[in-house]
Design a protein around this ligand. Structure first.
Ligand code: CTP
Ligand code: MG
Length: 228
């Protein structure tokens, strides 16, 4: 039987957030952002272990109490210079068979909900390759001419915004990331570059990536509303 394992890349600095501490440690609804992401993954009983990839120079992790997550949570201080390198370094460390499923989830997506996680696992576990949460694009898309004016309208049909978790088998993911072109930014892109077609699974708008300072307020509202 294939197992489900989560891997949370959390070795970034959050440069676009512009705060002194890395954004994954910024407080949202009273807890560091990364605590919410880990909590959601740990609340899913099918996920056996949750590995967190931290920067080797991380000075914040040890300042918090993670004991509520017990022995399922494993911090790894093996982060790399890019997200792809952090994921790749993490994959080398984890205890998994080649056919085990790995769910890679950004620490910067604290509002991932249980239903989306279950949907991803239900819909992808029957697949050969793997898949990811994503959202069909709702807005009209414009391509810019590089000078702040519209060059053209891009048809949005068949366009999706990729989210995380992205779920692939451990062996294929390692292989894909080790061969991936540098500019590729997510796991699915690396798998696509091998010639495979990952499955798109409907995500939720609330599972957005907290990137800019103004995103924090929306994330906080979502997290607080779930407690009521
Ligand atoms: N990440 C990582 N290792 C890196 C860069 C990013 O593990 N070298 C992680 C981040 O910590 C985050 C996830 O990848 O959980 C998504 O990255 P992003 O939202 O871009 O975070 P940052 O790279 O930290 O932010 P920025 O790009 O604004 O600097
Ligand atoms: Mg980044």
């Amino acid at each position: 039987m294939s197992r489900y394992i989560a891997l949370v890349p959390a070795a970034g600095t959050g440069s676009r957030m512009g705060t002194e501490i890395p954004k994954q440690y910024g407080l949202l609804a009273g807890k560091p952002m990364i605590h919410h992401a880990i909590g959601a993954l740990c609340s899913c009983s099918r996920i056996e272990r949750v590995y967190v990839v931290l920067s080797p120079s991380d000075a914040h992790w040890d300042g918090y109490d993670w004991s509520e997550f017990g022995e399922r949570l494993y911090p790894l201080k093996v982060g790399g210079e890019t997200r792809a390198l952090s994921v790749m370094n993490g994959l080398k460390e984890i205890d998994a068979d080649s056919r085990d499923w790995v769910l890679v989830h950004d620490a910067a997506r604290p509002c991932i909900d249980h239903d989306s996680l279950s949907r991803l696992m239900d819909e992808v576990s029957g697949e050969d390759v793997g898949g990811l949460l994503a959202l069909p694009v709702a807005d009209t898309l414009k391509r810019e001419d590089g000078r702040g004016r519209v060059l053209e309208t891009v048809p949005r049909s068949h366009l999706w915004q990729a989210q995380t978790p992205q779920m692939f088998r451990h062996g294929m993911l390692q292989d894909a990331l080790s061969k991936a072109p540098k500019e590729q930014t997510d796991e699915a892109g690396a798998v696509e570059a091998l010639g495979f077609f990952p499955r798109l699974v409907q995500g939720s708008p609330s599972n957005f990536k907290v990137t800019w300072p103004q995103d924090r307020e929306i994330a906080e509202l979502i997290l607080t509303s779930r407690r009521c």
